[in-house]
Design a protein around this ligand. Structure first.
Ligand SMILES: [Cu+2]
Length: 130
């Protein structure tokens, strides 16, 4: 009996820890890895901050231009929502605040231009606002 209680409380601890972990999305594009860390997990309606790093191997790229596009397609009673925010860079971390006007799935496109380049690179994912 004691063993079962121990196991149960361990499972609960692990579940609580998983829930509290930030929403962390890692995507590869070309030679780069784009990591987006949201301050809330799950994301919510209203303001959500995201810190983005662009990794070249183990190194974070500094001096890139980064913008975050986020959108929700039109649905009944709601026109399409489409926004863009510039992510401000500091020490290789690019921060932006996404103001999600509605709960449900949002498409997120992270677009970036590396220093000395003109090519726009992009990675996309979706987040679910609660
Ligand atoms: Cu909607």
């Amino acid at each position: 009996m004691k063993k079962i209680v121990m196991t149960l409380s361990l499972i609960l601890c692990v579940a609580a820890f998983a829930f509290a972990a930030p929403l962390n999305i890692t995507k590869k594009t070309g030679n780069y890895t784009v990591v987006s860390v949201f301050d809330k997990n799950p994301a919510t309606t209203g303001k959500n901050k995201v810190n983005i790093t662009i990794k070249d191997g183990a190194k974070s790229v500094e001096g890139a231009k980064v913008a975050v596009y986020y959108s929700m397609p039109a649905m009944s009673g709601m026109p399409a929502m489409d926004y863009k925010v510039i992510a401000e860079g500091k020490g290789g971390v690019y921060s932006a605040v996404l103001d999600l006007g509605m709960s449900g799935p949002w498409n997120v496109d992270v677009k970036f231009i590396l220093p000395g380049s003109k090519e726009v690179q992009q990675t996309s994912y979706s987040i679910d606002a609660r």
